[in-house]
Design a protein around this ligand. Structure first.
Ligand code: PHE
Length: 478
């Protein structure tokens, strides 16, 4: 209890004003630090675990043929995602400011140019764009809480569940109401600076979500086509892998870990000196990846058992899970609980998406926190209308990657986040001096050496290669 209160206090302070640092020696944040390593891990996990794990991972894996995609995704998480996350946290802790200011400061200190702050700007824009459609899908989960609670899915068959989904997203008014509601909830929390309460919720939410998924896994093993689902997820068929699906796997790794846009950097600014960045990153990546894999293991066996299409698209989870939950004893209860947990997970991620833009408006344009939250929230809500309409009125208006929703998703996950990651990797690996990064990562031991190889070579070369390959700028060598 006491510990919690200390944590709350630290969060109140850090959420109010930006950080300044003493210019001599190690910088400290004026506004408090996380009270414990656990508090930091909870906040980062809250940002990482969200719709990306439960909603996006299964449907993108399904669209990209399963096995080979999953393998590439796991490789990206380990070889690119983990080192970039560590780099983001260490830059944040080194600078102890908001991402734009941190990059400007470190850029000057380490590389002689404050132009590196453009990374912060990229992050602000990416956050706004991602939240514009994230809020629409989070709105779906709100709708599903109500539907579950009223027992609509109890004993329903695949057709009925599919019809509920189709009927809902087909109505732009209904989707708009839910999008509006979710944005209002997010703006409320950001405006009042009460993230700490929500972050405390992560303490029970993530374990609860995990436990519920394990129960669902049990159901899926018993009643789904488990062998077929398992085969789909883990038997790589590389003939199905295109450079576009490799890009999608890499984009998914960035998206699900919340890296490449400065959200994690902002959290790193409040991390106490003695906390191990490697340990904390390892814990977050493990939790995040486990939930995604678990979601896949639950969903694909059900997809095959019910004759659904794994390449169904964004509706996949909304059509399979209610079906499974509806067959279980006390289904209405579990189904409601599941969507409540998922909404919470989306909510804690949404805060991280909005924070860079709000912090920027507060610091550079002298707005109060509530004003900034309302302005940014309003803008995101407005942009979100494009995604609301992508599932109904404008479903047939397709260009480049598909609907407006598809395009915003592609641009952010597959282009902007990897680009942000590339800049972070180059800065931390090549511009920042070795002593500075070794200092933050606890000395130049084996782990540090491994990290340095990954951040200098694997991450930047991997990202650049995949980006160029996907746009066809690199020739095929056969
Ligand atoms: N990682 C979050 C999810 O998986 C989404 C997110 C991306 C949040 C980028 C913050 C920053 O749902």
């Amino acid at each position: 209890m006491y510990k919690n209160r200390r944590f709350l206090k630290a969060r109140i302070e850090i959420s109010m004003i930006s950080t300044q640092g003493s210019e001599s020696g190690k910088r400290t944040s004026l506004h408090g630090h996380w009270s414990s390593k656990m508090a930091f891990i909870l906040a980062v996990t809250g940002s990482a675990v969200g719709l990306g794990n439960v909603w996006k991972f299964p449907y993108v894996a399904g669209e990209n043929g399963g096995g080979a995609f999953v393998l590439v995704y796991l490789a990206c998480v380990l070889l690119i995602g983990l080192p970039v996350m560590m780099a983001e946290i260490l830059l944040g802790r080194r600078g102890r400011r908001n991402p734009v200011a941190t990059m400007a400061l470190l850029g000057k200190e380490e590389g002689g140019s404050s132009k590196w702050k453009l990374l912060g700007v990229l992050g602000v824009v990416a956050g706004i764009l991602i939240l514009s459609y994230y809020s629409v899908i989070a709105g779906w989960t709100l709708f599903y809480i109500v539907k579950s609670a009223t027992g609509v899915f109890q004993g329903a068959d695949a057709e009925t569940v599919g019809a509920v989904f189709g009927g809902f997203v087909g109505s732009w008014q209904a989707v708009m109401i839910c999008h509006t509601l979710f944005m209002a909830l997010t703006v409320y929390v950001v405006a009042r600076g009460v993230e700490r309460g929500l972050e405390q919720a992560v303490r029970f939410m993530v374990p609860a979500l995990l436990s519920l998924m394990v129960v669902l896994l049990g159901y899926s093993i018993v009643s789904g086509s488990f062998a077929e689902g398992l085969g789909f997820m883990f038997t790589p068929d590389f003939s199905k892998l295109t450079w576009n699906s490799v890009l999608a796997a890499m984009g998914q790794a960035f998206f699900t870990l919340s890296i490449g846009m400065g959200a994690i950097m902002a959290y790193g600014a409040y991390l106490p000196e003695e906390t191990s960045i490697t340990g904390a990153s390892g814990a977050v990546v493990t939790a995040d990846t486990s939930i995604a894999i678990l979601a896949g293991l639950v969903i694909f066996p059900l997809v095959f058992a019910n004759g659904l299409d794994p390449a169904e698209g964004p509706g996949l989870v909304f059509q399979t899970l209610p079906l499974a939950l509806g067959q279980m004893p006390a289904g209405a209860f579990f189904s409601t609980l599941f969507f409540v947990l998922l909404s919470f997970a989306a909510w804690t991620s949404a805060l991280g998406l909005m924070e860079p833009a709000v912090a920027w408006l507060v610091e550079h344009h002298n707005r109060s926190r509530s004003q900034a939250a309302v302005i940014i929230g309003g803008l995101i809500w407005l942009l979100g209308i494009g995604s609301v309409l992508s599932f109904n009125v404008l479903a047939d208006t397709q260009f480049l990657a598909g609907t407006i929703f598809d395009n915003v998703d592609f641009l952010t996950s597959n282009v902007m986040l990897p680009l942000g990651g590339l800049i972070i990797a180059i800065f931390a690996g090549w511009v920042m001096c070795r002593n500075s990064s070794a200092d933050e990562l606890g000395g130049a031991g084996t782990v540090y050496k491994l990290w340095r190889v990954l951040i200098r070579f694997a991450a930047p070369i991997g990202i650049l290669f995949v980006l160029l390959k996907a746009v066809g700028l690199l020739p095929d060598l056969g």
